[in-house]
Design a protein around this ligand. Sequence first.
Ligand SMILES: Nc1nc2c(ncn2[C@@H]2O[C@H](COP(=O)(O)OP(=O)(O)O)[C@@H](O)[C@H]2O)c(=O)[nH]1
Ligand SMILES: [Mg+2]
Length: 472
Amino acid sequence: MFENLTDRIQKVFKNLRGQGKITEANIEETLKEVRLALLEADVNVETTKLFLEKIKVKALGKEVALSLSPGQVMIKIVHEELIQLLTPKDKTANKLKFAPAPPTLILLAGLQGTGKTTTAAKLAAWLKKDGRKPGLVAADLVRPAAIEQLATLGKEIGVPVFRPENGEKALDVCTRAVKTALQNDCNILILDTAGRLQIDEEMMNEIAEIQKKLKPTNIMLVVDAMTGQNAVQVAQAFHARLPLTGLVLTKADGDARGGAIFSITSVTGVPIQFVGVSEKMDGLEAFYPDRMASRILGMGDMLTLIEKAEEVARQSEMTKKLSKPSDFNLDHMLEQIQQLTKMGSMEDIISMLPGDHAQKKQMMAQAPDAKRIKRMEAILLSMTKKERQFPQLLDGSRRRRISQGSGTRPDEVNTLLKQYDMMKKVMKKGGMMQKASNLMGGMGKGGFPPMGGGMPGGFPGGPGNFPGLPGR
Ligand SMILES: Nc1nc2c(ncn2[C@@H]2O[C@H](COP(=O)(O)OP(=O)(O)O)[C@@H](O)[C@H]2O)c(=O)[nH]1
Ligand SMILES: [Mg+2]
């Protein structure tokens, strides 16, 4: 996501490396570059101008602490301002709201093909996971295949779908769904509507009427990140007809230049609530301004990653029992490998780590591929439980037996045991960050480094250990 922008911004800050302190001259120089990077990413000119002015004021007034380099100070300021820019005035506005009396309604609107139907189903899956009882309402009566598309997705995620019956219009099917939701065991309804142009009077009236009659608690506009500035205009036009409560920015996984994300909230006042990051049903992320700002600046998104790791770990009894890091044995390693595959593809995981595009490419090249992970799993499964618990038992003849049993080469068994030693060392060092990183680290083609030590720039840490893209 936003690869070009991230790469460019990182370059700007790298150029500040080696400069002793912040001066008016190097601020000007830096901001000129940031400006170009933002405009290239299709960020609105006005937004860019205001953004840079704020940064300049802050930077000029900044005493540079001895421990920080100008690059670090600047990136910290930019990070803070970016969070400001992405945060709506009403800070609670970025959450879904629930109606006092069920069913809660979520009305989705937007242009054709932006991802409304996909988002409707993703949202339903997300709510279901959260313990709620969603239902989907097929209210797109324009595109012939739309109802079937929603029905198929509903089936896939196990959520009921309300379909239009003989001659019903969009408003009719929504109204009927609201009336029958509770008896169908649904307390939240997601209304998937037809795509429409903001200038199509008739179609805009249709959705405005649904809004007026049913008064949905959440009215969300689904916008395609790939459309850049156009998305901002569309959002303004829809907001003029419908009191939007939130935005979903879809296809953020594409080569979107990303511009819309910066200005859409500051221009319309409507918060981004979700970001679509794949076509799949789990490809929806809650939007957090601070995390997005970190991602854009190439600081990675360790929080999302750690959350994912924790979610996987929650399901695992064994990890809970691991009270002392020094207890870490091959059983735990086996479990981590099995968890790793549950966290998503290596590509997803790496995309959330700190680093620029080139560094990530390199990590990708070094990361273990799915086949290799399977072989590691096979080796571990060929050991006895006792051998996994007491790795010191693994002498030459046992290793040979394991290699034969798992159909792998003896050197693969040895490598795995070395990696285990390395992981154990890292485990002993550290807290949660380390544990999360252990899920990923230490398993590469002989050298995908555990992140705590080996990652370019290290971890986002406290103040003074600002993730170090720029000079240290
Ligand atoms: N890569 C990617 N594709 C998406 C995303 N959301 C939707 N799509 C795809 O965009 C296309 C249009 O989606 P659809 O939900 O039918 O759009 P609608 O016309 O607004 O209902 C489909 O091929 C979806 O799979 C996303 O977040 N990422
Ligand atoms: Mg649709």
